[in-house]
Structures are given as C-alpha cells and as structure tokens.
Design a protein around this ligand. Structure first.
Ligand code: GRF
Length: 219
C-alpha cells in the first residue's frame, strides 16, 4: 500500500511537527513527510525537519506583492511534492481562498480551542477571561473561513482555578500532540473525509467531532 505523502506548514517552534516525526519514527504513523514549509526562515520547525531528513523550504512573505501572490508561490512548491495531506501545525498566516479551494479536504489545521469557541488568537486568555469550565484543542479541515472548517477531532481538559494562559497552554500541549498524531493516522488510513460542511468517518457523517480518550485514541 502506498503511504500518505504529508506536507507540513509551520511558522515557529514546531512541537506538533516534532510529535508527528516522533510517532513516525516509533512506527505509530505510516506516512511519508515530503516537505516542511515555513514563512519564517528562522522557525525551529525547519531545524526539526532537517534533523529528520525532511526537505524544507522557507518563503518570505515580504518578497511577494500580496497574500495571493505569496500563496501561489508557496502552494506551487507544495504541489510539486504531490502531498495527499497538508498539515498546518502552528502556521500563523491566513491562507488565501484560491489556495484553500485547491486543497479542500486535503488540508487540516490544529487550533488551541474547542472550536467553534475562540477562533483566532489568544485562545487561552479568552477562555480564562470568560470563566470557561473546559478548554481544549481542535483539528479541523481548512476552509476559506478562519478556524471555521468542519471539526474532525478534539481533546479537552477541565480549567483549574490556578490556570494562567501559560499554564493552560503548557497543560494542553501534550494533548495537542496526541490529537495531531491520532488525527493524521486516521486520515492516513483513508478513514476521514470532508463531507460538505461536515466530516465523514468510514463513509458515515460524524454527528459530532471525535474525542481523544485517555488511551490517545479517537472515539
Ligand atoms: C499550537 O498551540 C497550535 O495549536 C497553534 O500554534 C501552536 C504551535 O505550536 N496553532 P508548535 O509550533 O507546534 O510547537
């Protein structure tokens, strides 16, 4: 069986990319990483990719006239490696509608909130300010609307009275990593698809996003 070819977009630290690389290395993720692309040449994610022998590119947005021009250049590079899945893992730029449209159903993003709550930035601080009893992380298909594509899977935790935005982010990170790996594994097994405004698993529309259980699997 041919393995899923995965390209990853990342702007910074790259710990989610690291989790994917580590899962593949221990045999828990049957994919091939064909490219890691970034809008920041100094992103640690690129170092992680190089260390793992994955090809990288960094394109500087300032070298392009506008967002569509940048995205055309970036996604042309991505198309050359023929990925079956593009994973946005801490990619901090908006993606233009044309690029999103070309990869609809083949591009996912991880977002640190229980979507549809708290799209956009500063999710942990906003959840705390609202007194939210729980918080979490979501993986969703990327559509033209920011952080609003159909949610595939989520991991959640109870907010504690001593949580700060930093503490919440730190507690959530291991869950993010497990959620990312479990979701990509499910996609790689050919079991997930975008179905209109929803998500299908094994051909059946999901009534709600999958949940990460304590064993690190999705149910
Ligand atoms: C994660 O919190 C992710 O959910 C968000 O950006 C952060 C990236 O972390 N979109 P890393 O670069 O994977 O360490």
């Amino acid at each position: 069986m041919t393995r899923l070819r995965v390209a990853v977009l990342a702007s910074g630290r790259g710990s989610n990319l690291g989790a994917l690389i580590e899962a593949r290395a221990r045999g828990a993720l049957a994919v091939d990483f064909v490219l890691v692309a970034s809008d920041r040449a100094s992103a640690t994610a690129l170092d992680r990719a190089r260390d793992a022998g994955i090809p990288t590119i960094a394109l500087d947005p300032k070298a392009y006239a506008d967002r569509p021009a940048y995205d055309r250049a970036l996604f042309d590079e991505i198309a050359k490696v023929q990925p079956g899945l593009i994973v946005c893992a801490g990619y901090m730029r908006l993606i233009s509608a044309d690029a999103v449209g070309a990869w609809l159903g083949r591009m996912i993003n991880i977002h640190p909130s229980l979507l549809p709550a708290y799209p956009g930035l500063h999710t942990h601080a906003r959840a705390l300010a609202d007194g939210a009893p729980e918080h979490g992380v979501s993986v969703h298909f990327v559509t033209a609307d920011l952080d609003a594509g159909p949610v595939i899977a989520q991991a959640r935790l109870a907010v504690e009275s001593v949580d700060t935005p930093e503490r919440l982010a730190q507690r959530l990170l291991p869950l993010e990593h497990r959620l990312m790996v479990a979701t990509v594994a499910l996609f790689a097994a050919g079991r997930l698809a975008l179905a209109g405004r929803g998500v299908s698993l094994d051909g059946a529309l999901l009534p709600r996003p999958l949940d990460l259980n304590s064993k690190g699997t999705l149910e």
